[in-house]
Design a protein around this ligand. Structure first.
Ligand SMILES: Cc1cc2nc3c(=O)[nH]c(=O)nc-3n(C[C@H](O)[C@H](O)[C@H](O)COP(=O)(O)OP(=O)(O)OC[C@H]3O[C@@H](n4cnc5c(N)ncnc54)[C@H](O)[C@@H]3O)c2cc1C
Length: 415
């Protein structure tokens, strides 16, 4: 059985490692010309899935926590906080040996997942044929590839999904009512210590009373441990944005206008939560305005073309679950492909349909719930684990009042 994976993002890479471990033949194709072609995003929270992920990748991958942890070289536990209105209590969750939680820097996580994988870069799929002889992929550069099973891990605007459903992406993706301004800046000294004191990894100010939510996150720490890259998103829930995003005022606003707007909106936040916006310079505001979209699908055909990740369940960012659900897909899909490879069961159409149908049902139930819960901003809704079952709440880091920690910058001196 030869598996073709389209997309070298989190989902495609994680599945490829899973297949490599099982000795299943595969090829993985990525449209980007090289690993540095596109910004990979900031951070992703991993919990509950950590052990399953490590178990399903080959042993030549380096230690996960030592490689992807965004706080290194600082010796601080990953930690996220939420600040509701009228409260400066540090409510949130933190890594502990009993309930591990990793805040992974996205590029480091992608590099970790890419370890020793033969990724074929610069291979944009433009056309797909699926007939009695199997699957044929046609690439923009004129080349082709043939296989027995096709995995669409090609993200929110999936070409594989368009082929499978014969529907354009615009029919399936929905613009979210989220007008977003993004800032990125470097902090050091006392300003960095003050941000780390709000939460080591990131914090949300949830202010329905003021009409917005902000997420401020540490992206990564400099190798000398003395400065760190930060980013913030300020999101206003506004139906006007999703009605006509291209004509919403933010799309044509200057960086200075966006910053002025953010400072006006955040003026009533407590001083500590407001500081990051006051420190940001106009040139540190993203000039392009991000248009958030999600995906809603009721069902999927079951056959040799299979989807995973954002191609099926791209979602609103609030619960930080899109990447998590994608990794869960990769574990379940890896297991299912292992069963199909055994004794060449994939050649039996009925078995193939049953196996893929079961995977699709599980993924859609789990993924669509997550898409809905993210829209409803339901932080307490059930989460699903690597076996597709509701997660045992004891595995999920619980929100609690976080104790203050001593924050030391620089590289720790070994005793
Ligand atoms: C700004 C932002 C912040 C986010 N923050 C978080 C977070 O904090 N926590 C979290 O859990 N999730 C987060 N997410 C969601 C998370 O990034 C996605 O859920 C996850 O990346 C989905 O993985 P994927 O592999 O399905 O798709 P992607 O990561 O989008 O990968 C798809 C890959 O397919 C490639 N591709 C596309 N079309 C083709 C083609 N035709 N041929 C070949 N290759 C192709 C693309 O280049 C890309 O590399 C965030 C998303 C965004 C946009």
């Amino acid at each position: 059985m030869h598996v073709l994976i389209v997309g070298g993002g989190l989902g495609g890479l994680s599945l490829a490692q899973n297949l490599r471990k099982q000795g299943i033949s595969f090829e993985i194709f990525e449209r980007d010309s090289n690993p540095d072609a596109r910004f990979q995003g900031w951070g992703i929270a991993l919990y509950a899935i950590i052990n399953a992920l490590i178990d399903h990748v080959p042993s030549d991958l380096p230690d996960l926590m030592d490689t992807v942890n965004h706080l290194l070289p600082l010796q601080l536990n990953p930690q996220l906080s939420v600040y509701p209105p009228n409260s400066e209590i540090r409510l949130g969750f933190e890594h502990s040996p009993e309930k591990p939680f990793i805040r992974a820097e996205r590029r480091r996580l992608r590099d970790w997942l890419a370890t020793n994988l033969p990724i074929q870069w610069g291979k944009r799929v433009t056309r797909i044929e699926n007939d009695n002889s199997g699957i044929t992929l046609h690439f923009e550069d004129g080349s082709t590839a043939k296989g027995d099973i096709l995995i669409g891990a090609d993200g929110i605007n999936s070409t594989v999904r368009e082929h499978l459903l014969s529907r354009p992406s615009t029919d399936i993706t929905r613009v979210l009512p989220l007008a977003t301004v993004i800032g990125q800046l470097t902090l050091s000294g006392p300003a960095l210590i003050r941000q780390l004191s709000l939460a080591h990894s990131g914090y949300m100010s949830v202010r329905p009373d003021l009409g917005f939510i902000t997420f401020t996150g540490l992206h990564y720490v400099a190798p000398d441990g003395l400065s760190a890259k930060y980013y913030w998103n300020l999101m206003e829930m506004t139906p006007d944005f999703s009605k006509d995003p291209q004509n919403y005022w933010l799309l044509s606003a200057t960086q200075q206008q966006k910053l002025d707007h953010v400072r006006k909106l955040t003026a009533k936040l407590p001083a500590a939560q407001r500081e990051i916006f006051e420190l940001t310079k106009p040139e540190e505001i993203e000039s392009k305005t991000h248009i958030w979209k999600d995906v809603h699908l009721e069902s999927l055909p079951a056959g040799r073309v299979i989807l995973m990740g954002d191609a099926v369940h791209a979602m609103m960012p609030f619960r930080g679950e899109g990447g998590y659900q994608t990794l869960v897909d990769s574990l379940l899909l890896g297991k299912m492909l292992g069963r199909l490879a055994e004794g060449e069961k994939y050649k039996n159409e009925k078995v193939l349909e049953e196996e893929v149908g079961e995977y699709n049902r599980n993924m859609l139930k789990r993924g669509m719930k997550s898409v809905r819960d993210s829209r409803a901003m339901d932080m307490n809704a059930t989460r699903y684990g690597p076996d597709g079952e509701p997660l045992d709440p004891s595995q999920i880091p619980q929100m609690r009042v976080l104790p203050d920690t001593e924050i030391l910058l620089g590289i720790p001196v070994k005793a």
